[in-house]
Design a binder for this molecule. Structure first.
Ligand SMILES: Nc1ncnc2c1ncn2[C@@H]1O[C@H](COP(=O)(O)OP(=O)(O)OP(=O)(O)O)[C@@H](O)[C@H]1O
Length: 243
């Protein structure tokens, strides 16, 4: 279970996240949606102990990330940012992670199969495509067989096989009574994967409800998203006349 309460994070004079609160429950895939700059990554970074909040808390099973006894076995995360050493082979990166977290070595092979990277695991990371790096990041998130998955744009760069694998992995994870928090800009992907959605814009939560409730009364999830967050294209047409 993830519990975020009264979370505020400022960068200089910019308030990136403003008194945000939500709960992510087990047994569901919860989508975290919002336009560029809405505050999604900031929230996830604080949750994963990569940034300090100015106020409020973000707890995983009742603890801050840095207080978790076995972080990799509790929460698997995929976030933009520091990746593996480019000179390292994919399999060595995972083996090093497994060893430093007391995870059995056989799990490395398992996660490589799960994400469809087994054949390329012997190659150096610097030779990987965007999608292969993404698969390696997912493998790392799954390595500790964690109860909770927190994934920022997991299908970014993935081909149809990769997208199908991720969708199935997340559905299976939730069906096993585990917790999934997933951010994505791809509304069709979200509509096909998530049960519940939390929508953030301008650093504030504007919806937190089952996906069907959010879409109700709109032709699509995308239309509901624009209704909640504002549609820049509509503003352009209404008078800004930029083009
Ligand atoms: N390190 C930082 N320094 C200054 N401002 C930052 C920093 N990180 C984020 N911000 C600002 O905080 C706001 C929220 O950014 P954040 O990256 O959390 O948004 P996001 O919802 O993840 O966006 P995207 O969909 O583009 O990834 C933005 O206005 C961003 O410019």
């Amino acid at each position: 279970m993830i519990e975020v309460t009264g979370l505020t994070k400022r960068y200089g004079r910019k308030t990136a996240v403003d008194d945000v609160g939500f709960t992510v429950r087990p047994g569901l895939v919860t989508g975290f949606l919002g336009p560029n700059g809405a505050g999604k990554s900031t929230t996830l970074r604080v949750l994963l102990g990569l940034d300090r909040p100015d106020g409020g808390t973000a707890l995983i099973d009742g603890r801050r990330y840095r207080d978790l006894r076995h972080p990799l076995r509790t929460v698997g995360a995929l976030l933009d940012g520091a990746g593996p050493v480019p000179e390292r082979r994919g399999v060595d990166h995972l083996t090093w992670m497994a060893r430093s977290n007391r995870i059995p070595r056989r799990r490395v092979r398992e996660v490589l199969e799960l994400v469809g990277l087994a054949d390329a695991a012997g190659g150096r990371v610097k030779g990987y495509s965007l999608g292969m790096r993404q698969r390696l990041g997912l493998a790392a998130a799954l390595l500790g067989d964690p109860e909770i998955l927190v994934l920022d744009e997991p299908v970014n760069g993935l081909d149809p096989d990769g997208i199908r694998r991720v969708r199935q992995l997340l559905r299976d994870h939730a069906a096993a009574g585990r917790t999934v928090l997933l951010s994505s800009h791809l509304m069709a992907e979200m509509a096909g994967t998530a049960d519940h959605a939390i929508v953030i814009t301008g650093g504030r939560i504007v919806a937190d409800a089952p996906l069907d409730d959010i879409s109700a009364g709109h032709p699509s999830l995308e239309a509901a998203f624009f209704a909640l967050t504002g549609d820049p294209a509509a503003t352009d047409q209404e008078g800004e006349g930029r083009w």
